[in-house]
Design a protein around this ligand. Sequence first.
Ligand code: NAD
Ligand code: TDX
Length: 331
Amino acid sequence: MEILVTGGAGFIGSNFVHYLTDRTDAHVTVLDALTYAGNRESLAAIPDHRLTFVHGDVADAGLVAELAGAADAVVHFAAESHNDNSLANPRPFVDTNLIGTFTLLEAARRTGVRYHHISTDEVYGDLELNDPQRFDESTAYNPSSPYSATKAGSDLLVRAWIRSFGVAGTISNCSNNYGPYQHIEKFIPRQITNVLAGLRPKLYGSGANVRDWIHAEDHSSAVWTILQHGRIGETYLIGADGERSNRDVLSLILTLMGEAPDAFDHVADRPGHDLRYAIDSTKLRTELGWAPRYRDFEAGLAATIDWYRQHERWWRDTKAKTEAFYSARGQ
Ligand code: NAD
Ligand code: TDX
């Protein structure tokens, strides 16, 4: 099987490529623009005969048509993925998340290739802390940020191309991922690398905001399950019952790293900051028999801390620039 993975040099895409090459016979072609978020090093351990790397843009129609035409399936991870960047400069989010997805869908329509679209729980907006409901496949879209609005728009394009043009597509909306190869702009690796670099961790606002954490390898196993067994035209929510407040996650990181649990600074809150995300993944579990493997968040977090400790060369060069962006925003 030949699988085209867009955004395969990013966090979740590279975890998915490792998952495929470790556990299946598939040959993978990665299409990645190597933006600030892409890192070729994340794929360095994969043997040449299992992987073809193509440096290019998902909005390049000619290139995308050629690669999609040679694949049995396309898994579309490539995106501008960081909410804070979307507040500072939304334009690349429109270009990549909307025009890029449109370009892939046109190629899928012409070639008939199986298409799986990677999306986020943020398309549903946020929940109150005490709301007994979680997001499920019937929840109405209500995105808050330019990032989540462009992801919501891209999901709707996929639904339209499935219905109007018969594209053989599926969609998954996953909760917050953690694990190796995550860019250090994101919450968990930012705080781990702050401690490793001798800087104080930074918590937005009160830190009462809740995220529903899932290990990136569990996200990969869910996507592979949907690709093989998912019903065409369907949406599946992916989550591992991992709700925790940012304050609790940060205190746990500090404790696991041998620091006082309150050794952090409160900084400016994110404008429009979503309060809580929570996923009900019953459909994926009951219809397709998927279950997460990482059920112990503390153990998964400890392994992630070890990974950043052992891979300083992977992140060190980006630390100063990342922190300069945040400090200019009071964060
Ligand atoms: P990331 O920012 O780490 O990686 C994105 C990758 O896409 C990078 O390698 C980048 O170079 C590439 N890319 C960006 N623009 C491109 C373009 N125009 N053409 C080709 N490649 C391009 O992102 P991530 O956290 O790995 O997220 C991957 C996908 O998963 C995204 O679609 C995101 O919306 C979704 N998602 C992420 C999370 C999460 O917790 N990180 C949760 C749910 C869904
Ligand atoms: O330094 C920080 N301090 C802090 O308190 C950073 C970077 C973040 N935060 C907070 C904001 C959020 O409540 O931590 C939480 C997580 O922040 P991010 O890592 O930026 O993730 P989030 O905004 O929740 O979005 C993530 O999950 C859904 C991914 O970045 C998205 O791509 C995905 O769609």
